[in-house]
Design a protein around this ligand. Structure first.
Ligand code: SF4
Length: 485
């Protein structure tokens, strides 16, 4: 079959949609996108099964819609696959409906966290033919294509039209073995498009891996990936396969930095074996690795030091709030008192912690937000973190937070276009302007004189790091603009 993995350009005054590979959707003012791991895995699986695959990411290529559409029509696809998210689902419906008029025989398939939460909705609003639910939609897309081309039985988790009804093959099962997946074909999926403009990379070209799907905690009430991979479905590839992938990324693609986007990187004996393998093979001298980590991972000072020696650089920690009541309500399974010790250990090992913070929780007062602000300020003043990301909490459909918001009558709107983390959709005691201004203050919080002196010293010691900080500094004003009403 002729298959397109499609990211149609979505023009908006809000900016560039950070759609794929993102737990929390955002529009960004400066263009960058993350390498979409599961769609790339789907493309590789289909290609290895002798199907013709076109990778059509019009967003990252910066194409106009009409240029992208011409490319799509010219390919004469039998099937078009689109990964969607809540704030752009309505636009994707319009695109499918419009394309269906020009490509009458083409089959349209949607997947993603929004579709997993509300699989039937898209059949009512668009001419979509199939919806794949759950996070293993690479395996499900292959199953669907094998069904269409070879009459094979459909896997569980697929919704389809049957005359005037919407039927499904039952709940999706997250039991596929990641070890059986082929290593991703980065050329087929145009990895260079994503290799430079990403603030997670100090060293370029960079790329993404996902050594695990998804998070060994997997229960935070706001996390949209808990829709795709509810807790207890954490799976990982073996450390040996991860090392093979790192080796291939260096040898074949000249990659200098990896962002591993497992919800949280595996720890314990997996991490030890992986790190020791990186050191023994000498791969640690050729590449840097960044990853998502939890404050209460149980990692000791020795573990953090081993990670540093193995080539790890940036660790992304979800702080979310410095108010214990908020961490408890979000089911973060985290004590505020665990935050500083974990940061100290990571910094002592020479790693660079990045923290993410959110505002706009319905139960938080202005004083609560100020508390988080001063906590973040102190972290930066004490040199315990290197960067920060601040956003406005958004309850995505399918998450426990969304259900709580419905029950408590906190939702200001169910117009999905507004669920983009730029504007509050939850009722709070603060005005939208106040929340946006507090988000901007969080970004400014790390610009203390001590922090700037430290960063200038670091930047001057390594030309690559210097260039990286220049890139970050240039991005800073646009970050503030992202939260300007
Ligand atoms: S720790 Fe991160 S990835 Fe894991 S459930 Fe919480 S927000 Fe999601």
């Amino acid at each position: 079959m002729r298959i397109i993995i499609a990211f149609p350009p979505l023009s908006s005054q809000k900016g560039i949609p950070l759609l794929a590979q993102n737990r929390q959707f955002q529009w960004a003012k400066t263009p960058w996108t993350a390498y979409p791991m599961v769609p790339a895995s789907a493309a590789t699986l289909l290609d290895k099964s002798d199907h013709q695959v076109l990778w059509a990411d019009g967003i990252t290529k910066g194409q106009t819609y009409s240029t992208w559409e011409k490319e799509v029509i010219k390919f004469k696809p039998d099937l078009i696959f689109i990964e969607s998210k809540t704030p752009v689902i309505k636009t994707h419906w319009k695109i499918i409906n419009s394309l269906k008029k020009k490509l009458k025989k083409t089959i349209f398939v949607l997947a993603g966290d929004h579709l997993t939460a509300l699989p039937k909705e898209s059949f009512l609003h668009s001419k979509v033919d199939y919806v794949l639910t759950g996070g293993d939609y690479d395996f499900l897309l292959l199953s669907l294509v094998n069904h269409l081309s070879k009459r094979e039985k459909l896997s569980p988790g697929i919704y389809y039209r049957a005359k005037s009804q919407i039927r499904s093959t039952g709940p999706s099962k997250l039991n596929h073995s990641l070890e059986d997946l082929p290593l991703i074909d980065r050329d087929l999926t145009q990895y260079k498009l994503y290799a430079y403009k990403n603030s997670n990379y100090a060293y370029t070209p960079g790329t993404y891996t996902m050594f695990a799907r998804d998070c060994w905690w997997g229960r935070c009430t706001f996390c949209s990936w808990t829709t795709l991979y509810p807790g207890k479905h954490y799976r990982q590839i073996s450390p040996q396969k991860a090392l093979k992938e790192v080796g291939q990324l260096i040898e074949k693609y000249s990659i200098k930095e990896i962002m591993d986007d497992s919800g949280t990187l595996p720890v314990g004996s997996w991490l030890q074996t992986f790190c020791k393998g990186m050191i023994k093979s000498g791969l640690n001298k050729k590449i840097k690795i960044s990853c998502n980590m939890r404050f209460n991972s149980g990692l000791s000072q020795k573990d953090f030091s081993l990670m540093k020696k193995a080539g790890f650089r940036l660790l992304l920690f979800g702080l979310e709030s410095s108010n214990q009541k908020t961490l408890d309500r979000l089911n973060k399974n985290l004590k505020v008192t665990q935050i500083i010790p974990a940061l100290k250990k990571a910094k002592k090992a020479g790693l660079r912690p990045h923290i993410t913070v959110m505002v706009g929780y319905p139960w938080e007062t202005k004083d609560d937000i100020r508390n988080t602000l001063s906590f973040a300020k102190k972290i930066f003043k004490d040199g315990l973190a290197d960067s920060l990301q601040a956003t406005i909490i958004t309850p995505y459909p399918g998450t426990p937070l969304f259900k709580e918001a419905q029950k408590e009558n906190w939702l200001k709107t169910t117009n999905w276009d507004d669920y983009d983390m730029k504007q509050p959709v939850l009722k709070t005691s603060l005005s939208d302007n106040q929340l946006q201004s507090l988000t901007r203050s969080l970004y400014s919080s790390f610009f203390t004189p001590q922090f700037l002196i430290k960063k200038t010293r670091e930047a001057l010691s390594d030309p690559k790091v210097f260039k990286y900080y220049i890139r970050l500094a240039l991005k800073f004003p646009s970050k503030l603009l992202d939260f300007k009403s």
